[in-house]
Design a protein around this ligand. Structure first.
Ligand SMILES: Cc1cc2nc3c(=O)[nH]c(=O)nc-3n(C[C@H](O)[C@H](O)[C@H](O)COP(=O)(O)OP(=O)(O)OC[C@H]3O[C@@H](n4cnc5c(N)ncnc54)[C@H](O)[C@@H]3O)c2cc1C
Length: 457
């Protein structure tokens, strides 16, 4: 039987994996994952994410081995070398076809075009699939066939497509009648908070299952950082240990197949935001070159290294911002409400270029994902697709009072303030700051807001 090589990338799962599924239907499958270490550094991706990937791969191998499918774990420096390694493996294993699921950032697209061209010239059949979005890219267009630039109509159109073509996750392949043989293992493990982010597909599926028990409270709790009101599934989506299709389908099952309940659900909406930002990236590859989506938006950023450093360290003197940044630094993840607050603080109030913040998030987040991170930063800086209006500037004080009213979240992450009462914890007096060893605010909020409105308007 002819052999098929499946190239795993950001799709580290056995279930709902189109490339794996279709390869297994057409022959004996061998799998490979190749970590391009220096390329990943160039993309500023966090070590924590790499750690989660490596550990998830070891579990993926166990799952594949149960199906008698081998998984080789290899490393190289850059994408170019991946191409050479794939060619070698194909030759070495006597395979006649390559299968993989698409990735959309520009370097990945160029790499894949190169692989397709080179292997095609050698007579190797290259098969590409879409496994990263619940609906295929370009399925959701407006009546003129143009891409949407605004979320709400995109979501409406998404729902219309879904109604006519419901999504169904793909099953796992059947057990092969083959020997696993020796498997290459090149270690690229990294430390990360495994206590918070247990690796692997099973952990991801269990997380969604558990979250669905409380999904009806999501709308009311999702903005409160002191409670576990969101799914925390983003790191697993980022490495493809679970697909957005599986999440949406699980939610639909939770509602016994009642589509109206699915479409009205807030968690569903957030998953569609993820789809939207991916589609925006596919339609606007210039975004991967640090370009703003909205080229008319004003970009008035200044060099403010001191503010940037204080922000990164969680020492801005704004307790909610510092709590957010410390959550990021300590766990590799930050609550969505705080991502917006932290981003607007750095970009609009300190006037630091959103690209610096985007990069720091990418370097630190275990769920670092180019499309969502770039989308989030450009939304906050009002340069993005359906971005916030330029005058939307979240006040760290009122956001803190509103979303962390008892100061519980601040107390946990900024322990030097833990003894303050719920009123002063949001903005301690100079005396309280001195006593706690906590810095004075690095900016005057009112002044900074006024300056931002003048410059951005
Ligand atoms: C400045 C900024 C940077 C961000 N960077 C990233 C990033 O690098 N990676 C990332 O996955 N998300 C990013 N987000 C989006 C969002 O903050 C996270 O997806 C969310 O906090 C993850 O937690 P969760 O899994 O508990 O989300 P839930 O609230 O449970 O939502 C479920 C899923 O929906 C998707 N989702 C939710 N909100 C958004 C959103 N605003 N945009 C796109 N998708 C969304 C995510 O895949 C998320 O896992 C960013 C947002 C902002 C404002």
């Amino acid at each position: 039987m002819s052999k098929k090589l499946v190239w795993f990338r950001q799709d580290l799962r056995v279930k709902d994996n189109p490339a794996l599924h279709h390869a297994a239907k057409s022959g004996e499958v061998i799998c490979v994952y190749i970590e391009a270490k220096k390329q990943r550094e160039q993309h500023h991706e966090a070590r924590a994410k790499v750690g989660l990937i490596y550990d998830s791969l070891l579990l993926l191998r166990e799952d594949l081995n149960k199906l008698n499918i081998p998984l080789h774990i290899m490393t190289c420096d850059y994408f170019d070398e991946q191409r050479a390694l794939i060619k070698e493996l194909i030759k070495d294993k006597d395979a006649d076809a390559l299968f993989f699921n698409n990735e959309y950032p520009i370097n990945e697209l160029e790499r894949d075009r190169g692989v397709e061209k080179e292997l095609g010239a050698d007579g190797i059949d290259v098969n590409r699939f879409h496994g990263d979005m619940a609906l295929e890219p370009n399925q959701v267009k407006n009546k003129q066939g143009d891409p949407y630039r605004v979320f709400t109509p995109y979501k409406k159109a998404w729902i219309e497509v879904h109604k006519t073509a419901p999504i169904e996750p793909i099953s796992i392949p059947d057990k092969q009648n083959a020997n696993i043989g020796e498997q290459i293992t090149e270690d690229f493990s990294q430390d990360y908070r495994q206590d918070l982010w247990p690796p692997g597909e099973q952990a991801a599926l269990e997380r969604v299952d558990k979250f669905l028990d409380k999904v009806d409270q999501y709308k009311s709790k999702r903005d409160i950082p002191s409670v576990a009101g969101t799914s925390c599934i983003s790191p697993y989506l980022a490495i493809g240990a679970i697909s957005s299709k599986q999440c949406i389908h699980a939610l639909l099952n939770h509602y016994d197949g009642e589509e109206q309940k699915l479409y009205g659900n807030t968690w569903f909406s957030e998953l569609v935001w993820r789809e939207f930002y991916r589609q925006v990236l596919i339609d606007n590859p210039q975004l991967t070159k640090h370009k703003p989506f909205n080229t008319d938006a004003k970009e008035v950023w200044v060099d403010n290294q001191e503010a940037f450093d204080a922000w990164k360290e969680g020492k801005t003197g704004f307790p909610i911002i510092d709590a957010a940044m410390r959550q990021l630094n300590q766990t590799g993840w930050m609550h969505n409400r705080l991502r917006m607050n932290a981003a607007m603080f750095l970009n609009k109030l300190c006037l630091v270029d959103w690209r610096s913040g985007e990069r720091y998030f990418m370097e630190t987040l275990i769920d670092g994902d180019f499309a969502s991170n770039n989308g989030g930063w450009q939304w906050c800086s009002s340069t993005g697709a359906d971005g916030a209006p330029y005058f939307r500037i979240m006040s760290p004080l009122s956001q803190s009072q509103r979303f962390d009213p008892e100061g519980e979240f601040i107390r946990k992450l900024v322990p030097e303030l833990k003894d303050l009462d719920k009123k002063s914890i949001h903005n301690p007096s100079s005396e309280q700051r001195q006593e706690a060893g906590y810095p004075e605010p690095i900016i005057d909020y009112k002044e900074s807001r006024k300056r931002a409105l003048e410059l951005l308007g």
